[in-house]
Design a protein around this ligand. Structure first.
Ligand SMILES: NC(=O)C1=CN([C@@H]2O[C@H](COP(=O)(O)OP(=O)(O)OC[C@H]3O[C@@H](n4cnc5c(N)ncnc54)[C@H](OP(=O)(O)O)[C@@H]3O)[C@@H](O)[C@H]2O)C=CC1
Ligand SMILES: N[C@@H](CC=O)C(=O)O
Length: 401
């Protein structure tokens, strides 16, 4: 019997208990042992829920029980999750987590602690929900130098942008819907301001580089500036808007950013809709590879968490090496990143004047009181702002080729 304790009985935690109970035979087949949830820790009581019998409110009970080999941290937030995870490891228990905030901030340190204590620390669900992207990077994509990652890494915002485009709903209405479905973070600002996608691209970049990439260093823009008017143009132009997390290596420099983009016709991520996420990586030998699946939600996320539990049981709860050193990667200056732009400026009928500055620009069917177009040339953010000096700019969205 392989006993686990689940910390947090919310969207993901309740999914973890369900996956372990409902798919017990599958888990046994792959891990070689029966997996059992011995404890669930939460702040609340759950009267009438079968979990009531194993519910505890005091973490010490879990730490003190040597039969618990693996702690599943699915509470979220940095503290006390960070403290609980370290205490478990120091007590000789392996840990898996879906907590990207914790992993992005302390991943390298906790991996070292796990190594020192000869236990495992895994975090498959921290990026891409149910998509097995982390195990793929650590165990399968090990023969290449990867020079780029492009990902739709946040289920909430992709769900919102898809709904805003397909149905005539407001930002607040679609956000509420994503929250009701359990996709959004406790504070949904993390989703809509791009912080969640930023932590995820930081984790992926750290794993690709084998070194720490601080999420605070990554230029991050969310979707709060995307209006109904932008969605109107995106439909007219056939360029769907997606929040992308990007990493690029060029001349030994690493660049990373999160921002909304309009995706060109042949872009591999343009048909990734709803709560689905996808991560596309480019390797020097393999070429392009893409992973796709549900990026949020109770069961897809829990499936990834439980796959970590299986991996830990299979490895007898011993350390599973993951290369992520504490030394920091100094990111390149993203303001030099060039892209074509979708531009909206105040005032109708300005196309003749704008054409003089933006040669071969493609003008969109206009909405009252403004002029909108897509540039034919790529510019850095600084360059395009200089070119638009004197215009009242309503929005600027990069185009992803
Ligand atoms: N939802 C999703 O689709 C995904 C979520 N994640 C990540 O997984 C983690 C959990 O997310 P999710 O399940 O959605 O969050 P929820 O808020 O639904 O669940 C968290 C649970 O943990 C409990 N909890 C919080 N603090 C403590 C504590 N100190 N001691 C005991 N219990 C505590 C909460 O109790 P209470 O409600 O009483 O505060 C709640 O029941 C987060 O890190 C999130 O970012 C990752 C991928 C997908
Ligand atoms: N809030 C996150 C949950 C999964 O990581 C998202 O919407 O992607």
């Amino acid at each position: 019997m392989f006993n686990v304790a689940v910390l947090g009985y919310g969207t993901v935690g309740s999914g973890v208990v369900k996956v372990i109970n409902d798919n017990n035979q599958v888990l046994k087949k792959f891990s070689g042992e029966e997996i059992n949830v011995k404890y669930v820790l939460d702040l609340r009581d759950f009267p009438g829920d079968p979990v009531e019998k194993i519910l505890v409110h005091d973490y010490e009970a879990i730490l003190a029980d040597d039969d618990v080999k693996c702690v599943v941290e699915v509470m979220g937030g940095v503290e006390p999750a960070n403290k609980f995870v370290r205490q478990a490891i120091e007590k000789g228990k392996s840990v898996c987590t879906s907590n990207k905030e914790l992993v992005a901030r302390y991943g390298a340190e906790i991996l070292q602690l796990a190594k020192d204590n000869n236990v495992a620390f895994l975090f498959e669900a921290s990026v891409g929900g149910g998509i097995p992207v982390i195990r793929s990077i650590n165990e399968s994509l090990t023969a290449d130098n990867f020079d780029s990652i492009a990902g739709i890494l946040n289920g909430t915002t992709n769900y919102m942008l898809t709904k805003m485009s397909n149905e005539d709903l407001t930002f607040d209405e679609v956000l509420k819907d994503a929250q009701d479905k359990g996709y959004a973070e406790r504070n949904p600002e993390a989703d809509v301001e791009g912080y969640d996608a930023c932590r995820k691209i930081a984790i992926l970049t750290s794993l690709i580089c084998g070194q720490q990439v601080d999420f605070e260093d990554i230029s991050t823009e969310g979707i709060t500036g995307i209006t109904k008017q932008d969605i109107y143009y995106s439909k007219k132009l056939g360029l769907p808007i997606k929040l992308l997390g990007l990493m690029k290596k060029e001349n030994d420099k690493v660049y990373a950013m999160v921002a909304p983009f309009m995706l060109e016709n042949d872009h591999c991520l343009r048909n990734v809709d709803g709560v689905y996420n996808a991560v596309s990586l480019h390797g020097d030998m393999l070429g392009d590879v893409m992973l796709y699946g549900q990026g949020a939600g109770s069961l897809p996320t829990a499936s990834a968490v439980v796959s970590d539990v299986v991996e830990i049981a299979k490895n007898n709860s011993k350390n599973i090496p993951i290369k992520w050193a504490k030394e920091k990667v100094a990111l390149g200056d993203i303001t030099t990143f060039k892209a074509r732009y979708f531009v909206r400026v105040e005032g109708e009928g300005q196309s003749d004047k704008l054409r003089k500055t933006f040669e071969n620009a493609c003008f969109a069917p206009q909405l009252t009181g403004e002029t909108a177009f897509v540039t034919a040339t790529a510019f850095s953010e600084k360059e395009i702002k200089e070119k638009l000096d004197g215009y009242s700019v309503l929005n600027l969205i990069r185009i992803a080729e």
